[in-house]
Design a protein around this ligand. Structure first.
Ligand SMILES: [Zn+2]
Ligand SMILES: [Zn+2]
Length: 358
């Protein structure tokens, strides 16, 4: 539970920590979006992302590198690292600061903290609920403190076993979660490629991950650099571990790949450590779980016999688009982007994103 650092008033219900989701920083998508986090959860952003923002040209490469950003980005955050993300419905005892409420349908959070402690008036965080934004409350780390209380019950188990999230929404468009998760993971995948060709597994992995490497890395068919293999590795799918009991994980683990697409732990965000020498490429756990066992994901199909009356699920009318903005945002924060080959890849990708290059 979080409380005001000034007066001690309770500012949240009891919450349990989860990994920071990739779509916490995605904008766009549908006009009215739900909260980033489900009820009863909180996450911490180890990096500064909020206002005050300063333009790249004012900051310069050296000062940016000192803040953990190694390639040009439109704006650099000079906010505090360690901001705490909650679902707006899990906050208590706060009032809005009306003159800080920017945005058109709600608050966009661009003017600094717009939430104050209702008891003492201290600025404690920022509510974001404008159109085209995932709803969120971000508490400022130095304005609140943690109260140790019994949190919500964790589901049984070690947390790795999460249901797969389908890549397509019921109305037939690609999932925003997938776009954000794959965009973020692509930054790690490109860095781990060392600039050589990648061989991805056929099927959905290639559908969602394939187009960006195909555009910026050499073809695996080209002579020269040896191609690196990529495979899903994680609970139930790790060549160095016992074959898993995960339903539908198929024939079990294959040979160890060069690069391993691994899940991030749903509670801690820590990447699964592949056995052997594979380089881990972390991916959102629910997206990973679907890629590993699509047939195990829950569906709402009616029972056999009734099925003939149910329309087939809708399908996207355009190719999958990883979130390029999140890809660049993550890539700019990987120290490897200072290597000339990766910086050239970064510049090529950035040139295709309107408004990204400063
Ligand atoms: Zn207070
Ligand atoms: Zn609006």
């Amino acid at each position: 539970m979080f409380a005001c650092a000034g007066c001690g008033a309770e500012l949240s219900v009891p919450v349990a920590r989860v990994a920071l989701p990739a779509h916490a920083f995605r904008s766009g998508g549908e006009r009215y979006l739900p909260p980033v986090l489900p009820p009863g959860a909180y996450a911490v952003d180890p990096e500064p992302h909020g206002p005050p923002l300063r333009r790249w040209a004012e900051v310069g490469a050296e000062a940016a590198a000192a803040r953990g950003v190694y390639a040009p980005v439109p704006h650099l955050s000079f906010g505090a690292p360690g901001r705490i993300l909650l679902a707006p419905g899990d906050t208590r005892g706060t009032v809005l600061v009306p003159e800080r409420c920017d945005g058109c349908c709600g608050a966009a959070g661009g003017l600094g903290p717009n939430l104050a402690c209702a008891r003492c008036g201290r600025e404690v965080g920022t509510r974001i609920d404008d159109c085209y934004r995932w709803q969120a409350v971000w508490l400022e780390p130095d304005a609140v403190r943690e109260l140790p209380v019994a949190g919500p019950e964790r589901p049984p188990g070690d947390g790795w076993d999460v249901p797969g999230l389908p890549p397509v929404e019921p109305l037939g468009w690609w999932s925003d979660h997938w776009s954000a998760a794959v965009g973020t993971a692509l930054a790690h995948l490109l860095a781990a490629s060392a600039g050589g060709p990648l061989v991805l597994p056929d099927g959905l992995v290639t559908v969602v991950f394939g187009r960006v490497p195909a555009a910026v890395l050499p073809s695996p068919l080209a002579a020269g650099a040896p191609a690196r293999t990529v495979a899903l590795v994680g609970p139930g799918l790790d060549p160095g571990q016992e074959p898993g009991s995960r339903p539908g994980s198929g024939a079990g683990p294959g040979p160890a790949p060069d690069l391993a697409l691994v899940p991030r732990h749903p509670w801690t965000g820590e990447a699964w450590r592949p056995s052997g020498g594979a380089v881990p490429v972390p991916l959102d756990a629910e997206v990973w779980a679907y890629l590993a066992a699509p047939e195990a994901a829950s569906t709402t199909r009616p029972p056999e016999g009734v099925e003939r009356d149910d329309p087939l699920p809708l399908r996207p009318h355009r190719p999958f688009q990883p979130d390029r903005w999140l890809l660049l945002d993550r890539l700019a924060r990987l120290p490897a982007v200072r290597e000339p080959w990766l910086r050239a890849v970064y510049d090529r990708l950035a040139a295709d994103v309107p408004g990204f290059l400063p």
